[in-house]
Design a protein around this ligand. Sequence first.
Ligand SMILES: Cc1cc2nc3c(=O)[nH]c(=O)nc-3n(C[C@H](O)[C@H](O)[C@H](O)COP(=O)(O)OP(=O)(O)OC[C@H]3O[C@@H](n4cnc5c(N)ncnc54)[C@H](O)[C@@H]3O)c2cc1C
Length: 471
Amino acid sequence: MTNAGRRIGVVGAGFSGTLVTAQLLRQCRPGDRIYLFERGASFGRGLAYSTENPEHLLNVRASNMGAFPDAPRHFHDWLATRSGERGNAGAEPLHPDSFVARQQYGAYLEDLLRQAISARASEIAVSLVNQRVVDVREGDAGGLLIVIDAGAHEVDAVVLATGNPPPDESTPGYFGDPWAPGAVDGLPPDAPVLLIGTGLTMVDVVLSLLRRGHAGRIHAVSRRGLMPRRHAPVAGGWSIELSARARRSALAACREVRANVDLAARSGVGWRAVIDALRPVTQDLWRGWPLAEKRRFLRHLRPWWDVHRHRMAPSVADAISEAVDRGQLIVEAGRIRIEQERGSGIAVRVKPRGSEVARRLTVDRIINCTGPRSDYSSIRDPLFEALIGRGTIRPDALRLGIDVAESGAVIGRDGQISDRIFALGPVTKGIFWEIVAVPDIRAQCEALAGHILRTLDRRAVRAPEGLPAPR
Ligand SMILES: Cc1cc2nc3c(=O)[nH]c(=O)nc-3n(C[C@H](O)[C@H](O)[C@H](O)COP(=O)(O)OP(=O)(O)OC[C@H]3O[C@@H](n4cnc5c(N)ncnc54)[C@H](O)[C@@H]3O)c2cc1C
């Protein structure tokens, strides 16, 4: 650590990296220094909020998308002062319950980062480094070297805020990554398309195809054929007390949630209030379950949980239902085998769930909508290959992300908790589970910023400058 102050490097400037930077700026002392690294085109937006399609809406109400835990309405209020009080793509008047275009949320994050930097510009130096980080390793002077494609920067602590890794590689006719440029481009308007997966990613891709005037059939297939449920006004609150048994067993928790859903339905409140009431306890519940129970949940309950927990904005649900009703979007449960690419399309076999007979389908394009890949032991990314290869970090036991302590400090191959490298956001999903949406990540950003700064102060006391500090 230098006399000039604490130096922190943040890798990734999506929501997580942007917000931990804003929190560091709130909590840092004059003389501290922050580096924010982003390999993509913009600082602030990340994958979710880079979309240029105004029909891609947030799936959380505007009044709960504020970037700070102590001000959940911050985004709504920001939008109200800027957009002439219009919510979704300028079409509907803004209301706290509006589901706003994700691109507007991206503009909010960019503005927030600009403001956070300028508010402390005279005290804290922030470098926005538009480069890919390829390694983080010990530097010669006792710090950590953040290695980028063109050079390196030395810091005292690093935050990995790299978000979701791309889902899959692409091959001719098959787009492994639905967010890659061109995934929905260049198709004849009447071409049949196959989407693998029926969740929110599939919904986004269908909206993109429709916006381009696509009139051909869109087949969407997943093992269970479950689609996200629709958001609807919640008629009253609900509180849920899970038993000690539910805290040990996924099945017991499921039974108790179902019992609550029945009760809520009878009292006219509805299941959504029950699912929403689980949000504050989900992380604790997850962390309390033994590994075998987490695996059981992932195997049997996850698809059901996902479609009830991550819902579609009402106007999005309408567009999807209309596409289903006119026979353009066909959603089914089944298994897919890609047979061959022919001159006239790609031959696919679809075996509907519960049937022994497979059906033949020929499509012009296949787009993978199964969501991000999460097993870091097989991810082709120089940064993670280097860190895992050296044992600095390790995948979590469920292969949903990387292993971290409750504080967010990464855990190495030898089980040691780092006091210099931290992670947050979706990369920590294996440990916290409910850590993919803004209301959860914003709290993690605030807590992690404070934890890092306190940890660096403790290290400075233990290891005066020039002496090697413990890991
Ligand atoms: C399509 C989509 C829609 C969503 N909609 C909502 C919503 O409506 N409401 C909600 O609450 N949540 C939503 N989410 C959840 C979303 O995951 C979180 O809100 C949040 O955006 C995650 O941010 P992140 O910064 O962790 O990840 P990301 O947004 O993926 O950002 C990570 C950033 O790190 C950069 N990066 C990665 N590796 C490197 C490297 N080696 N060097 C430099 N830069 C690097 C990437 O380029 C990227 O910009 C959505 C998610 C997706 C995918």
